[in-house]
Design a protein around this ligand. Structure first.
Ligand code: NAD
Length: 418
């Protein structure tokens, strides 16, 4: 399908084709599984603060409707394109199925640079996007959540716009909201915390001692900063981090609490005094035990996969490793990969908890949330590792096989409609 053509969509399709060959999925089933069920592109005119009117483009892709409502984040970034959103929606489908959540995958985005917009402009843009999406979303149809460039405030504006339209407060329309508006405790931390949990499980698996291990994190945003903190709490030394503007290195370990104060003031890690500056390219090849890409897609490529120097590659971002890089990593069995659809699944798992709590108007404690989160991650990790060893395939192929097979079986037993 030409409309989705984009390097990230081609990458998601290449990964799918490998799994489909491995599972021997008949040709008739492949296009149904691969291509999104629905996609929307909307024009979003807003007033800028200087009085100009500017039109932004927004997208939403709902990958499949077979297992329940669709679920997935909303991204604000200048490079957002329909094909990228479609790839992210497809990965969400496999992730939800791998972890047993009653959802299809979705993703949305607006091509904009939130760093160059005021809070009032972002509010107008978010409300306009929500308004345009009203015919296509709902607690039983499609539920959004934060992703790159969006946060709890974005979700609060969406929830408010939808509720005003419907005439009553409908908190289950989005997840990742502020706790005071029906958000779940532990949602903001869920993705990074899940990464920390799975890094521990991977360290157990390859017998790595956390107290002697070092970690490097690319992308010090919501996911990367919490993943770094979780690993530090588990005893690892975080020696390098970065964001879109640059990176930091300190062989003795970064003081993450001081770094967080710096980021709260400056909105970037750059300029932190207790570290040396490094580039994002240098960061990815820094020797360490655990490398955590937590920024954007296609960071580990054929150009650098042979040079990364870690024992565990924990894919906190979606799609950080290209299929060409995967081929190189297959020749490097010393690197244990926690694939993205498993590694960052903590976010959608706690989003599911938030949706369930909102639908029931019955809220859980943080202990309950974290305990249930770790149980689901444990099950998915164990099943993936077991299949990878049993079939002698990569962790990515194992995780994707589990996800794709569940969606395929559901489509088979339901019929052609969803
Ligand atoms: P975020 O906007 O909070 O943070 C992203 C960070 O990455 C920022 O610090 C940004 O400056 C940095 N960054 C962007 N481009 C970069 C580049 N080229 N090099 C280095 N750093 C760069 O976003 P987030 O919510 O933390 O999402 C990060 C990743 O995790 C994305 O791939 C997202 O899809 C994935 N993810 C997020 C969640 C969630 O719950 N937020 C859940 C699952 C997966």
């Amino acid at each position: 399908m030409q409309i989705y053509d984009h390097p990230t969509f081609r990458m998601a399709c290449q990964q799918f084709d490998l799994v489909a060959d491995h599972l021997q999925i008949p040709a008739d089933d492949r296009d149904r599984l691969k291509y999104p069920k629905r996609s929307m592109t909307v024009a979003l005119p807003i007033h800028r603060d200087d009085g100009r009117t500017e039109v932004f483009t927004g997208y939403r892709v709902q990958h499949h409707l077979t297992l329940g409502p669709t679920k997935g984040g909303l991204r604000y970034h200048p490079d957002v394109a329909l094909g990228e959103v479609a790839a992210l929606a497809m990965w969400m489908s496999w992730k939800c199925a791998l972890t047993g959540l009653p959802y299809g995958g979705a993703k949305g985005g607006i091509a904009c640079d939130p760093r160059k917009m005021s809070v009032t402009e972002l509010e107008r843009l978010t409300r306009r996007y929500t308004q345009e999406m009203i015919p296509f979303i709902g607690p039983q149809i499609d539920v959004m959540a934060p992703d790159v460039g969006t946060n709890e405030q974005t979700m609060a504006w969406m929830m408010d716009t939808y509720s005003v339209h419907m005439g009553s407060t409908i908190s289950s329309i989005v997840t990742g909201k502020p706790v005071g508006l029906g958000g779940s405790v532990g949602r903001r931390e869920a993705t990074g915390r899940g990464v920390g949990y799975l890094v521990n499980r991977a360290m157990d698996t390859i017998k790595l001692d956390a107290a002697k291990a070092t970690a490097v994190v690319q992308g010090y945003g919501n996911v990367g900063s919490i993943a770094a903190l979780s690993m530090a709490r588990n005893g690892l030394k975080v020696i390098a981090v970065s964001d879109a503007l640059g990176g930091l290195f300190n062989a003795a370990g970064l003081d993450l609490w001081k770094l967080d104060d710096h980021v709260a003031k400056e909105r970037t890690v750059v300029g932190f005094s207790e570290a040396e500056p490094i580039t994002n390219e240098q960061l990815l090849v820094t020797p360490c035990d655990v490398l955590v890409p937590a920024a954007m897609e296609r960071q580990i490529t054929a150009a650098n996969a042979g040079k990364i120097q870690c024992r565990i590659l924990a894919e906190a971002a979606n799609g950080p490793t290209t299929p060409e890089a995967d081929e190189i990593l297959a020749q490097r069995p010393e690197i244990f990969v926690i694939p993205d659809i498993l590694c960052n699944a903590g976010g959608v798992i706690v989003s599911y908890f938030e949706w369930v709590q909102d639908l029931q108007s019955f809220f859980w404690t943080e202990t309950e949330v974290v305990d249930k989160l770790f149980r689901i991650l444990e099950g998915a990790f164990t099943q993936t590792l077991h299949l990878s060893r049993k079939q002698n395939v990569s962790m990515r192929l194992a995780a994707m096989s589990l996800g794709v097979k569940r969606v395929q079986e559901a489509k088979r037993t339901r019929g052609l409609f969803p």
